[in-house]
Design a protein around this ligand. Structure first.
Ligand code: GDP
Ligand code: ZN
Length: 303
């Protein structure tokens, strides 16, 4: 028996990294020991047993998950699809320029992280194109809320040591729009590892297979980077309207002070959130994102 982490799975064959660092292929046993009915996902911690003949490995147990990144199918209570298990943080990468950063999209990614109870981390790459002062100005609200902010450049090496430290020993989902430098960052942080973040969906969808699971890439410092083609799709599903306010940490901190327990923070009297908006303690663009996502969620729930 040995313990391992699921790195990838295709067609019933699971690639598992064992505790000794060796990667093996394993099959899932028909009856697996675990808490409930679960589907195996990358990032799952499993117990392996070698087959009777000693020729292969079988997954006999899935250990309890400490977290998960999942996507809910709208209108289906049990339609949850687990994208990765035991994720620690979601790294949301934007570029300071080329392409111009859209903070509304950043808010959307951070809400997905919050909805999954995962820590969000903001990375502003390509600082060489406009300077650190400009990066701090544009993203000051996120630092104020408490999100770790990393200002980086693959060209100058700015911020890479700190970012590598942020990833050490953790399981990280890397996401963000295309062209912001996600792959360049991974390759600058871990030369020789050839991490192809976000490329899998593009290449695979052109081929015959339309669905592909996530990959877990082991890092030399310990920890993993999750490469998932699915995170943008999760964004489209959104988050239920009820509880959306809890996905904005600065609103979450205030909502108990609103007069009404079910305050939507849109028009109710004595709303602590709108009070803080008026005094500038809640950022106007963050509040606009909240309004937009709430509106989207309510529209989706109508059908
Ligand atoms: P991805 O789609 O997010 O994975 O982005 P890529 O890593 O493919 O990078 C997109 C483009 O941005 C490439 O032409 C990179 O050379 C360039 N790039 C990446 N990082 C930086 C950076 O820090 N500064 C500048 N100026 N360009 C960068
Ligand atoms: Zn309110």
């Amino acid at each position: 028996m040995t313990r391992g982490v699921v790195l990838h799975g295709t067609g019933g064959v699971w690639h598992v990294q064992c505790e000794d660092g060796e990667s093996v292929e394993a099959a899932l046993r028909g009856r697996v020991k675990h808490a409930g009915k679960i589907k195996l996902a990358v990032g799952d911690q499993v117990t392996l047993d070698s087959d009777a003949g000693g020729s292969g490995w079988t997954i006999v147990e899935v250990l309890p998950r400490r977290s998960k990144l999942s996507r809910r199918e709208p209108g289906r209570a049990h339609g949850e699809r687990i994208i990765a298990a035991n994720v620690d943080q979601v790294l949301v990468v934007f570029a300071l320029r080329q392409p111009e950063p859209h903070v509304a999209m950043l808010d959307r990614f951070l809400v997905i992280a919050e909805a999954n109870s995962l820590a969000g981390v903001v990375v502003v790459n390509k600082v060489d194109l406009a300077g650190e002062a400009e990066a701090r100005r544009l993203f000051a609200a996120y630092e104020a809320i408490g999100y770790p902010l990393h200002i980086t450049s693959c060209r100058t090496g700015n911020g890479l040591v700190e970012l590598r430290e942020q990833l050490r020993g953790r399981t990280t989902v890397v996401t963000g729009p295309s062209g912001v430098g996600k792959s360049s960052l991974m390759n600058a942080l871990y030369p020789g590892l050839q991490l192809r973040v976000g490329e899998i969906s593009a290449s695979v969808n052109k081929g015959r297979h339309t669905t592909v699971g996530a990959y877990l890439h082991p890092l030399p410092d310990g920890g993993f980077v999750v490469d998932t083609p699915g995170l943008r799709e999760i964004g489209l599903w959104g988050v239920p309207s009820r509880g959306l306010d809890a996905c904005f940490p600065e609103i979450r901190a205030l909502r108990d002070q609103c007069r009404f327990g079910d305050c939507s923070h849109l028009a109710e009297p004595d709303c602590a959130v709108r009070g803080a908006l008026a005094s500038g303690r809640v950022d106007a663009s963050r509040y606009a994102s909240y309004q937009k996502l709430l509106d989207e969620a309510l529209q989706t729930e109508k059908y």
